[in-house]
Write a protein that binds this ligand. Structure first.
Ligand code: SF4
Ligand code: SF4
Length: 187
């Protein structure tokens, strides 16, 4: 009979790709929180988030915007006295919530991630105008106008194609991506 893993074990398993120590080594010193440039926008500091994971408070973690707000600057990771890859943990949490389809409503990050993966699967390349469509609704009219002007300039100078181009051997790229990402709604 399969044993159901505790939430903190699930996250630690996903962190296999990071090179730091396990989050159980956290001494709750707060260096990560004190180093984080995005802290004022986060529901929980990195230190608090680790505390929630270790306490298996899954719902609180899934409802947090912290890992979607993380700027991936790695300040916390390089300063942590316990050698924990906190930035890597933020990526692990993003992956976990995307796989489970459980994340805080109204966040831009999950929509942006879905649009990005869908685009890569369908064409093998990133194409800015499609990505822009996912975050423009959050912008003001002035910001949208500004973005439009920048995009027109890039188009006119030939720095951005009008339509997305596909990579060669796209089927192989799609097969590779599907091996690592459980995608079910990209076609
Ligand atoms: S800096 Fe490291 S040890 Fe200190 S609270 Fe953050 S994760 Fe824990
Ligand atoms: S990697 Fe993320 S959590 Fe760590 S300091 Fe930078 S913004 Fe903050």
């Amino acid at each position: 009979m399969a044993v159901e893993l505790a939430f903190h074990n699930e996250i630690e398993n996903i962190m296999y790709a990071s090179h730091g120590n396990p989050i159980k080594d956290c001494i709750q010193c707060g260096t990560c929180a004190g180093s984080c440039p995005a802290i004022e926008f986060m529901d929980h500091s990195p230190r608090e988030l680790i505390g929630l994971i270790r306490a298996d408070m899954k719902e609180d973690v899934l409802e947090s915007n912290t890992y979607w707000t993380c700027a991936s600057c790695y300040q916390c990771t390089v300063r942590c006295p316990a050698g924990i890859d906190i930035a890597g943990m933020m990526y692990a949490l993003k992956r976990y919530t995307m796989w489970k389809g459980q994340y805080k409503e109204g966040l831009l990050g999950p929509e942006f991630s879905k649009a990005f993966v869908k685009m890569i699967v369908n064409s093998g390349r990133s194409f800015e105008p499609i990505l822009a469509a996912t975050y423009l609704p959050k912008y003001s009219a002035a910001d949208i106008l500004q973005e439009g002007l920048i995009a027109s300039g890039l188009l006119l100078k030939g720095k951005m194609p009008l339509l997305p181009r596909k990579v060669k051997r796209l089927k192989k790229v799609q097969k590779m991506v599907r091996r690592v990402i459980p995608i079910g709604e990209t076609e």
